[in-house]
Write a protein that binds this ligand. Structure first.
Ligand SMILES: [Zn+2]
Length: 406
């Protein structure tokens, strides 16, 4: 029975005193991350090796003793050490051939994804968490927290503080209740098309809120920069951003849960993007030439929503005893799912598929999803189907972050 890791995200009931601690700890951790990252980037640019955790931890003890950086002493050592481990992990991932989408770590800005992790020293009772040097903090309990607690990460977003409680659970891998297999294609007109003919509309939460966002941005531009009203408006905008993100996250989670429960095997198209985005980085020994450009790359190529959806499908299926398989076949959109005739002309428009050989007519995305299913089931693609890389990872590395109720 393998172990899996999950995370429960809960909102903390903070007060001014607790927040002051959290802000200070986050500040120290951010400072340490940025300083260590700057050192390493400089070393990469002058073709020196990266400083890993052990060297950085040594520097940390020196900094703590110095007059200039002695403020680092206020923050629990473990929190700072965790930051250094995160940085090491980020560098390793970035140079890992199996993770072509990972980019070079970036500098952290105040209030942008600030987080601190407590690996030990915490306690949890029913509705409160004990954090080292801070004490007991209450939280809004949305569900039972099950499993052995491994660590707690505290982060803030839109002026609120959250704790992500990571737990380890032992699960029994059973046979998937269903024997159904399905192919899914990322749609052009919709979020996804399934080979059974289902078209899943995207929420497109961004577009829906785009107008509101633009209006709030305009309001901001009319306010004096730095004034109280300006700050208030800034907060309004960040609230809107969070709302958009939540709507999207909720949509993806619901959809991936639904599909992973009703189908045992899901076929998706391989990410050809992989080849496009791995060029600039090089390896640890021989870093790529254009390290700086690399850090800005990639994100725009990928539809993050689709990528996240696949990631969720992958781990949720494995929890159910099912699996996600990647199909490498380039002509899914031009091939007739009925007779197999392949021609560019089969697709008169983005949305319509009409076979020139047999006259089969279908929605273009559904037709492609059917091809993905067929190719997956028969292994028609050149070589064997590549089962997605994540399948081979040890079970302990998967994690789920539950969407937060705001
Ligand atoms: Zn046909």
């Amino acid at each position: 029975m393998p172990n899996i890791r999950k995370a429960y995200k809960v909102r903390l009931k903070t007060n001014g005193n607790i927040e002051e601690y959290l802000v200070r700890f986050s500040g120290s951790a951010r400072f340490l991350w940025n300083k260590s990252l700057a050192m390493n980037i400089q070393r990469l640019e002058s073709k020196q090796g990266i400083l890993w955790y052990n060297e950085l931890a040594f520097w940390l003890t020196l900094w703590k003793r110095s007059d200039e950086y002695c403020f680092l002493k206020e923050c629990p050592s473990q929190v700072l050490q965790q930051k250094l481990m995160d940085l090491e992990r980020a560098f390793r991932d970035c140079f890992d051939r199996n993770q072509p989408l990972k980019r070079l770590p970036v500098f952290k800005k105040k209030g942008m994804g600030d987080s601190i992790r407590f690996p030990q020293g915490f306690k949890i009772d029913n509705r409160r968490i004990y954090l080292p040097r801070i004490g007991w903090v209450g939280f809004y309990k949305s569900c039972e927290i099950e499993g052995k607690i491994k660590n707690i990460t505290v982060s803030s977003r839109g002026g609120k503080w959250y704790a992500s409680i990571q737990v380890e659970q032992t699960v029994e891998i059973t046979k998937h209740p269903s024997e159904s297999e399905i192919g899914i294609d990322a749609g052009i007109k919709c979020f996804a098309a399934l080979s059974d003919g289902t078209m899943v509309e995207g929420v497109n939460s961004f577009r829906k809120h785009e107008y509101a966002l633009a209006r709030e941005q305009r309001k901001l531009s009319r306010k004096k920069k730095g004034s109280n009203n300006w700050k208030k408006q800034k907060r309004e905008i960040s609230r809107l951003h969070i709302k958009i993100a939540n709507v999207r996250s909720d949509f993806l989670h619901k959809l991936s849960t639904d599909i992973s429960k009703s189908h045992a095997k899901v076929y998706v198209e391989g990410l050809q993007i992989k080849n496009m985005s791995s060029s600039a980085r090089g390896t640890i020994e021989a870093p790529g030439r254009n390290i700086k450009a690399k850090s800005g790359l990639n994100k725009s190529i990928l539809d993050q929503g689709w990528y996240e959806f696949r990631r969720q499908l992958d781990y949720k299926l494995s929890w159910q005893g099912g699996c996600l398989a990647e199909v490498d076949y380039r002509h899914t959109s031009q091939t007739c799912s009925c007779c197999g005739y392949m021609a560019k002309e089969n697709r008169p428009s983005q949305a319509v598929f009409k076979c020139l050989a047999c006259g089969h007519e279908a929605n273009a995305d559904v037709n492609a999803a059917r091809n993905i299913l067929t190719v997956g089931q028969t292994g028609m693609a050149c070589g064997a189907n590549r089962i997605s890389g994540r399948q081979q990872e040890p079970a302990g590395t998967r994690k789920e972050v539950l969407p937060v109720a705001m």
